[in-house]
Write a protein that binds this ligand. Structure first.
Ligand code: RB5
Length: 150
């Protein structure tokens, strides 16, 4: 499985901590930046990672900004993306098990580096449960595609 990462200046510290974890655990990853603390625009990085994840079926994404919110909003505008802001271990686990999220979004001004690494670890190592959740995720896709009917 491939991992795509991106961040803005507000998420750089936690992205770098996660990259150390990925290296230690021999993950195949691509980091789309940013690479310094100079101020940048988070939608650019959300878009780059979201595009990469939609073009690679065997991949997951990790996005980091100050809160995780703005960069997840940008990513969720790309068709096929289910990006979830997570602030604790339960959210990181459940968004894989129930939502089949393909991107986790984390906030460098919300959680510390060890927590970010732990949430990334849980996210990357938890499988989608399927069953009734497949139907619900399918409904989200139908809303996205304009085919959802009540
Ligand atoms: C950048 O200052 C900040 O707005 C950004 O990192 C993020 O928190 C937006 O949602």
């Amino acid at each position: 499985m491939k991992v795509y990462l991106g961040c803005d200046h507000g998420g750089l510290n936690i992205k770098n901590a996660i990259i150390e974890y990925l290296k230690e655990n021999k993950f195949d990853y691509t980091d789309f930046g940013c690479y310094t603390e100079d101020s940048v625009d988070y939608p650019e990085y959300g878009y780059k990672v979201a595009k990469a994840v939609t073009e690679d079926a065997d991949s997951l994404g990790i996005l980091c900004c100050g809160t995780g919110i703005g960069i997840s909003m940008a990513a969720n505008k790309v068709k096929g993306i289910r990006a979830a802001v997570c602030t604790n271990e339960f959210m990181a686990e459940m968004t894989r098990r129930h939502n089949n999220s393909n991107i986790i979004a984390l906030g460098g001004r919300v959680i510390d580096e060890p927590t970010a690494v732990k949430l990334a670890d849980i996210f990357l190592n938890t499988e989608f449960e399927g069953d009734r959740h497949t139907r619900r995720v399918g409904m989200i896709t139908a809303i996205e595609e304009g085919t959802f009917e009540l």
